[in-house]
Ligand binder design. Structure first.
Ligand code: FES
Length: 564
């Protein structure tokens, strides 16, 4: 065993037991064809694989796992790959967010229940990253993350296309008759050209980048494109590194400290990360007993420049971000805003990891002194409509709408919005504020990514491409627009969103961080007194567990009994 000789391995409880069960465990492992000397006394490295053919973004992870195994063998460890559930954003209904906590429990208990000394976490699609970090944080055995990387950029004729971002824009052209059926079919065949997660700074790219900012991946690991040979090379290095981490007892609780979370929030602001990152970072931190109030995100947002010119806030794709230097180049640029002493899985500090990083394309990663926006991507709003907070991605919004006063048009739920949004007699104009409720953690259920309400067809025809939209839903990280999300508390539990009536005035003042319903407080109280919750979506099974224990968005939507 390389550097672990002075420490008792956790797996020795399973395999060096002198009684019958030690014999039986060794014998049952040997039934897989291993000789006794390849595992006896070696660090057992679990490779936690979220591979699934039901998750195209993670469909290449078995190949990545083989590269990790090579590294583990090289370093004197013993690799054992195991599956967990996977969460494919495009296929799962009603939303993968309903199952993030289930996957986190699967990861945590798979690690805890088995003879694992260290674990390599293979993730990709949106929720697989936070789920693995939550589970690994709670299990707290040495862990390193290897994301699968972003897919190749889409290419249609002479246009590069970024996953959901351009898909949604082109769909609006199709809806309004400006793309033919044939063109739309062509786009379907070339917008997603390989395995890997979405190729814009959506939730997957954001969370894998933040895993690196937290210190949970090797330096430069997060953004290597999925089909790039360097993806497998760094997987191999990660396999080598986890064996040493076991010897160093380098656990997630030593890496994911408050300082590391502040680093991750700062990087999130600098890269214009997905609004979903707010929920996930809060949830991961609370697994470690670290409270991250939303105001902390806003404090960091105010001082952090947005510098990564990647869609949906910017112009480029993740391949360009990687070529420009990726997360290390961003961290070096904002090093003065980071806790440089934060420990990482490399065994060295974040500062040591990134201080030699270079930026190769200043059009993609701007300097801190010449940012794309003087503040961070995400802003936290408060007001009588969101007493516990709401979020907006100001860098993906229309500047002219960031201060706005307009009359509400209310949709009771997502289904009603879908049925009515393209009606020719929908009574809205460009100044209207579209409000949708019953989309939160309990109301959705699972807080689906429904917040990017389509622009009504009657306005699309007039060239309107953005409006203020407000809901207790989340929004895909690939989406854009002046969209207020995560309104807390949600309407389904009687939050003030439940009091809005069509025709009410709503004020959005992003600079002042306010979202307000312009109705007298006594009238809001009267309306809320009439509120009656809808019957629960589930009366049995996992859905019931979810409804009974999920926390609100500002607390991370974890289960209350899973927090530290
Ligand atoms: Fe998996 Fe976008 S659908 S990352």
């Amino acid at each position: 065993m390389p550097s672990n000789s002075s420490r008792q391995l956790r797996s020795s409880d399973w395999f060096q037991d002198a009684g019958y069960y030690g014999f039986a465990r060794r014998a049952w492992l040997r039934s897989e064809g291993f000789n006794a000397d390849v595992f006896q006394g070696k660090p057992v490295i679990g490779i936690c694989n979220s591979w699934s053919e039901l998750n195209n973004c993670n469909a290449h992870l078995r190949t990545v796992a083989e590269a990790v195994k090579r590294g583990v063998w090289q370093a004197g460890g013993f690799p054992l790959e195991f599956p967990t559930i996977s969460l494919g954003e495009m296929f799962m209904r009603p939303t993968t967010m309903l199952y993030r906590n289930l996957m986190a429990m699967d990861v945590e208990e798979s690690i805890r229940a088995n003879p694992i000394d260290g674990v390599v976490l293979l993730c990709g699609c949106d929720k697989t990253t936070p789920a693995q970090l939550m589970g690994a944080a709670s299990a707290d055995v040495p862990a390193i993350m290897v994301p699968g990387g972003p897919m190749l950029g889409g290419q249609w004729r002479d246009r590069r296309l970024g996953s959901g971002t351009d898909g949604r824009k082109l769909f609006d052209l199709f809806r309004s008759g400006r793309l033919t059926e044939e063109e739309w079919c062509e786009i379907e065949g070339c917008i997603s050209r390989s395995a890997g997660h979405c190729t814009v700074m959506g939730t997957a790219s954001t969370m894998t980048s933040l895993a690196e900012a937290l210190g949970m991946t090797l330096t430069g690991c997060a953004n290597i494109p999925a089909p790039d040979s360097r993806r497998l090379a760094i997987a191999e290095l990660s396999g080598r590194r986890i064996v040493a981490m076991v010897g160093e007892d380098l656990r997630p609780s030593r890496i994911m400290t408050r300082e590391a979370f502040e680093n991750a929030i700062t990087v999130d602001m600098a890269i214009g990360g997905s609004t979903n990152a707010v929920i996930h970072l809060v949830a991961i931190a609370r697994r470690l007993g670290i409270d991250l109030p939303l105001d902390e995100f806003d404090r960091i947002s105010r001082r952090t420049p947005y510098i990564a010119n990647i869609k949906p806030s910017g112009e480029y794709l993740m391949e360009d971000f990687f070529a420009a230097g990726g997360v290390p180049a961003v961290m070096k640029e904002i090093l003065h805003l980071l806790h440089g002493d934060a420990l990482t899985v490399t065994g060295t500090t974040m500062r040591e990891n990134v201080e030699s990083a270079e930026c190769w394309r200043r059009d993609v990663i701007r300097s801190a002194s010449d940012p794309l926006y003087r503040e961070g991507g995400t802003v936290i709003l408060h007001g009588n409509l969101a007493p516990d907070g709401a979020v907006i991605k100001q860098t993906a919004a229309s500047p002219a709408l960031l201060q706005h006063l307009g009359r509400a048009h209310v949709f009771e739920n997502y289904q009603q919005m879908r049925e009515q949004i393209d009606s020719s007699d929908l009574a809205v104009d460009a100044s209207s504020v579209l409000v949708m409720r019953s989309c939160g953690p309990r109301g959705g259920p699972g807080m689906p990514e429904w917040g990017h309400i389509s622009i009504p067809r009657v306005l699309l025809g007039r060239g309107i491409t953005d409006m203020v939209r407000i809901s207790d839903a989340r929004m895909s990280g690939t989406s854009f627009g002046t969209v207020v999300l995560h309104v807390s508390p949600e309407s389904a539990v009687g939050g003030p969103l439940a009091a809005v009536r069509t025709g009410d005035e709503i004020g959005l003042d992003t600079a002042a961080r306010r979202i307000d319903l312009c109705v007298p407080p006594e009238e809001i109280a009267r309306r809320l007194a009439e509120f009656r919750p809808a019957p629960p979506h589930y009366d049995r099974g996992y859905g019931r567990l979810f409804l009974e224990h999920v926390t609100q968005a500002n607390l991370g939507c974890d289960f209350d009994f899973l927090e530290a």
